[in-house]
Design a protein around this ligand. Structure first.
Ligand SMILES: NC(=O)c1ccc[n+]([C@@H]2O[C@H](COP(=O)([O-])OP(=O)(O)OC[C@H]3O[C@@H](n4cnc5c(N)ncnc54)[C@H](O)[C@@H]3O)[C@@H](O)[C@H]2O)c1
Ligand SMILES: NC(=O)c1ccc[n+]([C@@H]2O[C@H](COP(=O)([O-])OP(=O)(O)OC[C@H]3O[C@@H](n4cnc5c(N)ncnc54)[C@H](O)[C@@H]3O)[C@@H](O)[C@H]2O)c1
Lengths: 206, 206
């Protein structure tokens, strides 16, 4: 089975492969490491979990590697997503074009504010949060994205898990408790700033 | 010096440490690994770059480890941030409380739409993008966050680098070309969905 750290790097490798010119046929682990800002030995080790298909001296076949990563990430399946909390962040997520080409489709937008219900974001009509449980009975929902204020997030997480949604992506700055079996990921853009902060001073800090 | 992969994991370790009860004095690498969803050997290796202060059999001193990570990430310094493009995403970033407690302070919001200029987001008045270069002469800007549509992003990146801003965090779904020496990080929330996608099928895919 794949280590968690390897799984987390696969989308990055895929993004690098997708950025290559369409005419590219192969890529070395060294070049993939340079593009993804990681070290070559780590790249080779990560990709070895996907099966042995790197060719010594030639590298990896770009299309085959991308297809294998997509299959490993389950991108060949159509995954449905709902967004809860259609404020600034929820609206940006509803309008974001980057989900579709990775196999994720937004099938529902929910909010607790009656003034928002009935409006559209990203071409989808916002539904009242009270309808989530009922809608989940007839629509298979794979991921719930929480974009509400922190104080509402735990309540929304409970609604999602009771509705049988197996995965949650949480943007609200709070620690959520979810039942075992629910996959939870926390997003915090401040993390990206902290990583930039390390490099800003120009010298490698320890 | 620290490997890039280690630097990227430090904010996650810090978040786990900050979530511990205030009464906690020590933590083992095993527990920190479990909390951060990584393996214990990797945690020990990462932390060994910060100096040798884990105590065999006892683990790490929580406050000391957190302080050392903060220092390594340069969080002790006051870092100034500007956000370019105050639409849905830019507004959510301007209002986000998670920057302040990590040493990042938003000092400017810029937009190209005259209808947005003069409005406030997160308590800060939106300025016209034409003013960025002049403002950068009098205010030290450490990071520029790009939250514009993709087609405007390259132009904004050029403005930021010409204004002497050393780091860019880009949300627009496009590959930016920036001069050497500018630290660039690309954010894509779809990556988080792809990682969730791997675990969704319940079986470890290869
Ligand atoms: N993780 C990050 O990096 C990051 C970045 C920016 C913002 N945020 C967080 O994202 C969240 C949203 O930010 P925003 O600027 O869009 O806020 P916002 O106030 O604009 O939007 C919040 C929305 O949630 C709705 N809501 C409140 N309670 C609800 C409930 N119980 N069920 C359904 N909807 C509910 C509100 O009606 C509103 O439309 C905040 O928690 C903020 O801290 C996180
Ligand atoms: N990376 C991710 O995970 C992610 C998630 C959501 C949205 N996005 C991206 O973030 C961007 C913003 O999304 P949004 O929903 O907030 O869009 P939006 O249309 O609501 O906001 C864009 C803002 O940029 C301003 N703008 C346009 N050109 C500009 C320029 N040259 N200089 C300064 N400002 C300019 C516009 O006036 C507008 O206010 C988009 O590129 C979107 O694809 C990325």
């Amino acid at each position: 089975t794949l280590p968690a750290a390897t799984v987390e790097r696969l989308p990055r490798y895929l993004r690098c492969l997708e950025m290559l010119a369409p005419s590219r046929v192969t890529i070395s682990s060294k070049e993939l490491a340079r593009l993804s800002n990681l070290n070559a030995a780590g790249v080779r080790k990560d990709l070895s979990y996907l099966g042995s298909f790197g060719m010594r001296g030639v590298g990896y076949h770009v299309d085959e590697l991308a297809a294998r990563i997509r299959r490993t990430l389950g991108m060949t399946e159509d995954r449905t997503v709902v967004v809860i909390g259609i404020g600034n962040l929820g609206s940006a997520l509803a309008n974001y074009g980057g989900f579709g080409n990775r196999g994720f489709r937004i099938v529902g937008l929910y909010d607790a504010d009656p003034a928002k219900v009935g409006r559209k974001a990203g071409g989808i009509t916002i539904r009242p949060i009270e309808r989530l449980a009922k809608d989940a009975e007839t629509t298979d929902i794979a991921v719930g994205i929480i974009a509400t204020p922190a104080k509402a997030a735990q309540g929304v997480a409970a609604l999602l898990s009771e509705a049988g949604v197996p995965s949650i992506l949480n943007f609200a700055p709070t620690v959520l408790n979810v039942p075992d079996g629910i996959h939870l990921r926390q997003v915090d853009v401040a993390t990206e700033l902290q990583i930039l902060g390390f490099y800003m001073a120009g010298r490698n800090r320890t």
